[in-house]
Design a protein. Sequence first.
Length: 173
Amino acid sequence: MRPHSRQILCVQETFGTNGWHCELVENRDVLRAGFEAHHTRIELIAQAYPQLNALAVVSESPMPVAPARLPVILELLARANKQLTLGGFEYDLDRSRLVFRITNLFDKERFDGDIISSMVHCAIAELDRITPYAAVVRDTREDLLADLDIGRLLMREDLIPPVPGDDMEEEEL
């Protein structure tokens, strides 16, 4: 059995500090975790690349769509990617899954816990944010699909999950 790298052990430590359950994958610098988000259950994978001092955090959620809807889903993700500063959306065609991936290069062998936490939060929040938009595409009647304006769909704020703590700030005011 191959020992885990110092980098993935830093990631595991950060998960523990945040109270997030995770499991290291045997013989790989990978850990897996699951999170309940506002719209969906998210499976998360963190993989360290020790030779690069890099960490990739990937969040995934099942989203099977009919073949006629794939071009529209891919357009949705491409348009959403244009609005992102970090990370990117993908659709895993082989496994019918929405995916968000974010990667960071660290300058030291020991990864910074705050950056790891931010990457995890980002991966969860972004995938949770895109899920209801993808569901609209999935659930639109096929005869109306050609009329679906993806640019306008992405402007719908009623589909965006609430930001944790926003309601508390309003109560305090």
